[in-house]
Design a protein around this ligand. Structure first.
Ligand SMILES: C[S@@+](CC[C@H](N)C(=O)[O-])C[C@H]1O[C@@H](n2cnc3c(N)ncnc32)[C@H](O)[C@@H]1O
Length: 364
């Protein structure tokens, strides 16, 4: 009997909060988990408010618009199928319906989004990210490039993670935690997913400051640990990211990801010294490589190519691409690897190394 009450009353209260938010203009969004997941926003079509429902299927999104007068009835019908999880975002409170009841949280967003039908591309770093962006000093105009980099990285992660569900992610060599907070924001505040996020950093003072900020903003599921990428103790990871971890720290991060059988490894390498120290200059490259800048660029090219080949040999499908414009940072190459479990051909890796005379590599 009690179970029945818990199942019915919270749904009715949730529907009433939903109806109120539509009536008083405080509605922000509705999320209905499931397969497909459904998200909803308000749009004006020919001057008439509609609830725009997006059904997120594995390969495509399908949109259906219903007049606002039918919105509550539609959700009620959806609930009749036994669903008992939903999230309602309003500018006053957020309401989360769970099998245990209805919980309210501080609102993630305090201003209603625009109601135009042709919604501009979703801003991942909107008002709801202000607390941690301010805390990290990224709201200042002088940090605009950093902010763009974080948002771009989040955008890439969001695409990669759409098809790769994860429960635990680590950011290796996280520094102040720009991306760690970004990943946490994506999972917890945008997707409402309780993914555990860990930032690993060698400098304890950065770890302390990042943990302090995480506590200040109430970032549940986010923690920073002091240690080295090579040796820090971590539980098995589903996803591993590393942005500009210096020199072979990127390789250490990749190795931890492979050892952990992470489904997703995303790195943006930093400097490249290891290969350059030992490689030969095979003819006819030697004449060109006497120019320092050319040697530096080829060393970067060879190192990142080698990383991709190592990952493929370990059972990953890899993509190499520029993730931000070279105007923001010259270190703009990104390597994304998705685990397939089917090891590639080691022969390619061996021949590549032989050609350049690379005898040892951090990923060996
Ligand atoms: C260039 S910063 C990048 C920080 C951060 N990923 C970002 O993009 O803002 C590189 C960071 O990696 C850390 N680091 C380098 N090698 C490391 C290692 N082996 N273990 C842990 N942290 C490391 C450094 O202390 C530094 O904070």
């Amino acid at each position: 009997m009690t179970v029945h009450t818990v199942g019915v009353m919270p749904k009715a209260r949730f529907l009433s909060k939903f109806a109120d938010s539509l009536a008083d203009g405080t509605f922000v969004r509705l999320v209905l988990p499931g397969d497909p997941k459904i998200t909803a926003r308000l749009v004006e079509l020919k001057g008439v408010p509609h609830l725009s429902l997006t059904f997120h299927h594995a390969t495509k999104d399908v949109t259906k618009n219903i007049p606002i007068s039918e919105a509550v009835g539609w959700v009620e019908k959806h609930f009749a199928g036994g669903v008992c999880s939903a999230l309602l975002g309003t500018t006053q409170r957020d309401w989360q319906l769970t099998p245990k009841g209805l919980v309210s949280h501080r609102p993630a967003v305090t201003t209603a989004p625009p109601r135009s039908h042709d919604q501009p591309k979703q801003m991942l770093l909107d008002d709801s990210a202000r607390d941690w962006l301010d805390g990290l000093g990224v709201s200042r105009p002088a940090m605009a490039d950093k902010r763009r980099q974080i948002e771009r990285y989040m955008e890439i992660l969001s695409h990669l993670l759409k098809e790769t569900p994860v429960e635990r992610l680590a950011d290796m060599g996280c520094g102040k935690g720009y991306l760690t907070f970004g990943a946490w924001h994506l999972f917890h505040r945008i997707w409402q997913k309780p993914v555990r996020i860990t930032g690993v950093e060698a400098r304890p003072e950065l770890v302390e400051a990042a943990n302090k900020l995480a506590r200040k903003i109430g970032a549940v599921g986010l923690e920073f640990v002091a240690g080295t990428i090579q040796s820090v103790a971590l539980p098995p990871l589903d996803a591993l990211i590393a942005l500009h971890a210096c020199d072979t720290a990127t390789d250490d991060a990749i190795r931890r990801g492979i050892e952990s059988k992470a489904k997703l490894i995303v790195v943006a390498p930093c400097c490249h010294k290891e290969v350059r120290r030992q490689w030969s200059h095979p003819e006819p490259l030697g004449a060109v490589l006497q120019h320092g800048i050319m040697e530096e660029r080829l060393a970067e090219w060879a190192t990142d190519g080698l990383r991709a080949l190592h990952l493929e040999a370990a059972g990953y499908r890899t993509k190499l691409f520029e993730f931000v414009s070279g105007d923001h940072t010259p270190k703009n190459l990104m390597l994304a690897a998705i685990r397939t479990g089917k090891p590639g051909k080691p022969g390619q890796l061996i021949r590549f190394r032989e050609f350049f005379g690379i005898k040892h590599h951090a990923l060996d």
